[in-house]
Design a protein. Structure first.
Length: 265
């Protein structure tokens, strides 16, 4: 197995270090802010840069290139050019949340997808962890990362809104999680369009107006944006029942929701 060094003792770096160590990769060390990085690519086969995306290029520049070492970054939105002058370059992005090293390392070993590019070492790492490697062109990586953020981060943020609004009705978040799980299961089985239910999908504008009136003003923009996305999905060709048109004076139309949210910035 290739020897391994990791730069970045955060959630991603420690999760990957633990997972790869468990499948036989000799871990030399994990470097942090106070460590010298100049010779980090020497004496190891693989150097992983597990820093925030905006720091990858700076960190890569601090490391003196080694023709024998593969330098790998974990940044979903970046291509290989961010690794600068390093001869052997690769990227490896695990398509799973890594909230801490213990949970993260277990998830990395759970047969997940990995976006890989560059040197074959990245694909070998994914396969060693039991993963399913796939490729994303450099030009497509920002869109890929946006989809990943929506699939995970935005869903979590929406559930934060569920928690707040539920509390205003005297309920706990837990009361709604079975509903969320069932909806995600339906998407997996039927696809988003067939799985969609609810008033925005039906064009039930009076119900949406009641929701609008019941919500605190600072919760309305997020709700309107979600309703707009649901209405857009319902209006796509192929859905059996089209949503009813929006009556004049109803809650913001789908095309208005983006401007409402933009006004919050």
């Amino acid at each position: 197995m290739d020897s391994l060094r990791v730069i970045g003792p955060g959630r991603a770096g420690l999760s990957l270090a633990r997972a790869l160590s468990s499948v036989g990769y000799p871990l030399v060390d994990v470097l942090g802010h106070d460590d010298s990085l100049a010779h980090a690519a020497h004496g190891v086969d693989v150097l992983v840069i597990a820093t925030p995306d905006d720091a990858v290029a700076t960190v890569a520049d601090e490391v003196a290139p080694s023709e024998h070492c593969v330098v790998v970054h974990l940044a979903a939105s970046l291509g290989l050019d961010v690794l600068g002058s390093h001869v052997r370059r690769a990227s490896l992005h695990p398509l799973v949340p890594l909230p801490n090293a213990e949970i993260g390392s277990a998830r990395l070993l759970g047969g997940i997808g990995f976006a890989v590019a560059g040197d074959p070492a990245a694909r070998r790492m994914a396969l060693a962890m039991g993963g399913r490697p796939f490729t994303v062109a450099d030009a497509d990586r920002p869109a890929y990362h946006a989809a990943a953020c929506i699939a995970a981060n935005h869903v979590v943020a929406l559930l934060g809104q569920v928690e707040r609004i539920a509390a205003s009705a005297g309920l706990e978040l837990d009361a709604f999680l079975a509903l969320t799980r069932a909806a995600v299961d339906d998407v997996a089985e039927l696809g988003p369009q067939a799985a969609l239910t609810g008033p925005a999908a039906r064009g039930d504008w009076r119900t949406l107006e009641r929701h609008h009136q019941a919500l605190a003003p600072d919760e309305r923009p997020g709700y309107h944006a979600g309703a707009a996305l649901a209405h857009r999905l319902a209006a796509q060709p192929g859905r059996p029942n089209s949503a009813a048109p929006r009556p004049e004076g109803a809650v913001p139309a789908p095309e208005e929701a983006c401007s409402v949210v933009a006004g919050m910035r």
